[in-house]
Design a protein around this ligand. Structure first.
Ligand code: PMP
Length: 451
């Protein structure tokens, strides 16, 4: 590592406590200081480049330093950086809300802003509970979520999720959430289709709703892909069945599209593939094209109306965050959203996704690959110790970390989740860059599984 990289690392490690990291790992695992980003490429202080195959934690859509988004933020900066959103408003938040209502599933007409995905989930859960309370249905105070789901790290969002690694330690602090079996198609029986498996698994949800609907405010799901839960995927039919059941049982459906929203699954929103409208839709990450922290919960006029009352009735939703609806973030979001139409992004992504899938599927025959799965612009490769029995590698062996190390050395940022290697690149990636990304993953997988 050259001098300037090394000095940044030393200064960093003296004070910065990194997210989702055992800091002791950095005694042997190099920290990578990034000087600049252009398109899919990140560059360190020695001029080494890394292809950002994970979109910087699934946020970046149109590349780093995108000229159009840069210009929108710069223009907004000349006018207004931020203003309190209670009692005041501004053009970027108005225009963004109009634009979101146009593209979201029909009927989601109200936008409530926060500044990260976890906060959006907190907003949605509180809003659902409070909606029923305003209607006098005070028994509806519990939530149902799916096994292996992930909804964020704040205490409410963590309680709603089910990834043991993040949740177990904090269990004593968490509200009690009902977790039902996931429609995850990795677990389908041999020969069963995704639709058959997801339909079969819906029986668990149906039973939970039949039994507990009177005390349930909402069901929360990550539509189609459980991203932090190792990119496990399921069939859209599950969402259709869930929508029908939620209507039947008078329970809200919260769609957490924080990770899958904005084109990741092939459609602008994953819910579109089941032609459903959730009661509450959580968006963040790609909302600003990966530039600035912003999130939004979109909901219906019916939900909104339950809070609309005389002040003294105390029915208002008195939730706030200081940076709610930040003007710079809204300007970035508008610019990012505009690129979808201007560049025909979803159509182009179909070609890129087909290429990425075709290249990655070559790995399906590998002796330690149990499955290569894909939904739109997300491809995941599940490594196992034993292909026949699907026995996983013990987590302590950290096989995914070996892939990470190899890919860094080869100039690609892959960040496997446990034993699952995945690609979720920015949409400006080229077919040649996809080839490089997959080749490096192949090499890394070979290295990580050779003993
Ligand atoms: N929901 C889902 C589905 C997510 O994937 C994430 C983040 N990975 C969150 C919520 C939390 O978002 P944030 O990290 O911005 O709090």
């Amino acid at each position: 590592m050259n001098e300037s990289n090394a000095s940044y690392v030393a200064r960093d490690l003296a004070h910065v406590w990194h997210p989702c990291t055992q800091m002791k790992d950095h005694e042997h695992l190099p920290l990578v200081p990034i000087r600049r980003g252009r398109g899919v490429w990140l560059e360190d202080f020695a001029g080494r480049r890394y292809l950002d195959a994970v979109s910087s934690w699934w946020v970046n859509l149109f590349g780093h330093a995108n000229p159009r988004i840069n210009a929108a933020i710069a223009a907004q900066l000349e006018e207004l950086e931020h203003v309190i959103l209670a009692g005041f408003t501004h053009e970027p938040v108005i225009a963004l809300s109009e634009a979101l209502v146009k593209v979201a599933p029909a009927g989601l007409t109200r936008c409530f802003y926060a500044d990260n995905g976890s906060s959006a989930v907190e907003v949605a859960a509180k809003m659902s509970f409070h909606y029923w309370r305003n209607l006098g249905r005070t028994a509806k105070r519990r939530f149902i979520s799916l096994a292996n789901s992930y909804h964020g790290e704040t205490l409410g969002a963590l309680a709603l999720g089910d990834v043991e690694l993040y949740k177990a330690t904090y269990q004593p602090l968490l509200m009690d959430v009902r977790v039902v079996g996931s429609p995850d198609c990795f677990e389908r029986a041999p020969g069963a289709t995704w639709a058959e498996h997801s339909t079969l698994k819906f029986a668990l949800m149906e039973a939970a709703l039949a039994r507990h609907h009177e005390e349930t405010a909402a069901v929360i799901v990550e539509p189609l892909v459980q991203c932090a839960g190792s990119m496990r995927m399921y069939d859209p039919v599950y969402l259709s069945l869930l929508r029908q059941a939620c209507d039947r049982y008078e329970v809200h459906l919260i769609a957490d599209e924080v990770a899958v929203g904005f084109g990741r699954t092939g459609t602008l929103f994953a819910c579109e593939q089941a032609a459903i409208r959730p009661d509450l839709l959580c968006l963040s990450k790609g909302l600003t094209g990966g530039y600035l922290p912003l999130s939004v919960v979109m909901t219906t006029d019916a939900v909104y109306a339950a809070f609309y009352d005389e002040y003294v009735k105390m029915n208002a939703f008195l939730h706030s965050h200081s940076y709610t609806g930040n003007a710079l973030a809204c300007a970035a979001a508008r610019a990012s959203l505009a690129i979808f139409d201007a560049d025909g992004v979803l159509a182009k992504n179909r070609t890129l996704a087909a290429h990425m899938g075709a290249r990655a599927h070559a790995l399906a025959d590998h002796a330690h690959v149990a499955e290569v799965r894909q939904r739109g612009m997300i491809v995941a490769i599940e490594l196992v110790k034993d292909k026949a029995t699907r026995e996983p590698y013990p987590w302590q062996e950290r096989r995914g970390l070996r892939v990470y190390r190899h890919s860094l050395a080869r100039g690609v940022l892959l960040r496997p989740i446990g034993n699952v290697v995945y690609f979720m690149p920015p949409y400006v990636i080229t077919p040649e860059e996809i080839d490089l990304m997959v080749t490096v993953a192949e090499e890394g997988i070979e290295k990580a599984t050779c003993d």
